[in-house]
Design a protein around this ligand. Structure first.
Ligand SMILES: NC(=[NH2+])NCCC[C@H](N)C(=O)O
Length: 263
């Protein structure tokens, strides 16, 4: 961990030395959670009765509501066990809570949050905040919804939003499958995580805004080894790609704007 942290900070420093402004996700989330509307959005989504049951939900939500924003951001990303919760709060009268072991996670950690490019992706003049395929990553989405809606860096900026966040589920798409290749074109891998219906929905929005003209959807093998398009293919220049040798030829579908209202 210490080594990974040092490498991460070293990388951020290299960028800063080159004049890049580096935004750390944890800071953006903490700054966002200081705003009441953003905090409500996130807590309402996380503390859902369907997850915690009618007996514990309000009790848990109220306990997390009292945390200062930086600590709230930390537990939302880093998780919290039942034991850690009980160190600071009384036990709710709840079957859902009682059946947990002390070291079970009350709030699961989100280790994949560092792959920020999957949960949200900029595509030309707008951003997609994506519904994630796997339960382990689904709670990441509301954090980006809150940041792009409420953080002062974005709140007053004008940009398109290409998706509806987790509400789009099961029409899932992950940014690692989205390659913005220029000239109004986008290459999208239909993978284990990215569905054809999500590609169609994205195409509609991009075309309606006049932000893109061509979507090429690649039918990738639906296997973990080919997790995202970016793991098997990378654009290195205007006309040059690297491609994983084991990929083979893929079927592709090209979508272009039609004439009707829903073409
Ligand atoms: N765009 C990417 N290559 N993302 C990698 C994501 C890896 C991460 N462990 C996951 O399963 O979601």
């Amino acid at each position: 961990m210490r080594r990974a942290r040092a490498e991460h900070d070293g990388f951020a420093d290299v960028l800063r030395d080159r004049g890049v402004t580096v935004h750390l996700f944890g800071d953006l989330l903490a700054q966002t959670l200081a705003l009441p509307e953003a905090r409500t959005l996130v807590l309402d989504r996380v503390f859902d009765e369907k997850e915690y049951g009618p007996l514990a939900t309000d009790h848990l939500r109220a306990a997390f509501e009292t945390l200062p924003a930086p600590e709230l951001a930390e537990v939302l990303i880093g998780g919290m066990t039942k034991r850690e919760f009980l160190d600071a709060h009384p036990e709710p009268t709840s079957v859902r809570f009682h059946v947990m072991e002390l070291d079970d996670f009350l709030l699961g950690p989100l280790p994949n949050h560092l792959f920020t490019r999957d949960t949200s992706a900029w595509i030309y003049d707008g951003v997609a905040v994506n519904a994630m395929r796997l339960p382990a990553r689904q709670r990441e989405t509301v954090h980006f919804e809150a940041i792009y809606r409420h953080h002062p860096l974005f709140r007053t900026e004008r940009f398109h939003v290409w998706s509806e966040g987790q509400a789009d589920y099961p029409s899932t798409i992950e940014g690692g499958d989205v390659l913005v290749i220029g000239n109004g074109a986008v290459l999208i891998g239909m993978s284990e995580r990215t569905t054809p219906q999500a590609v169609e929905m994205l195409a509609h929005k991009l075309f309606a805004a006049g932000s893109a003209e061509t979507i090429v959807a690649l039918d990738m093998p639906k296997r973990r080894a080919f997790m995202h398009l970016d793991t098997v293919m990378t654009m290195v220049d205007g006309d040059t790609f690297t491609q994983y040798a084991g990929l083979g030829m893929l079927r592709s579908y090209t979508i272009e704007p039609g004439w009707g209202t829903r073409n």
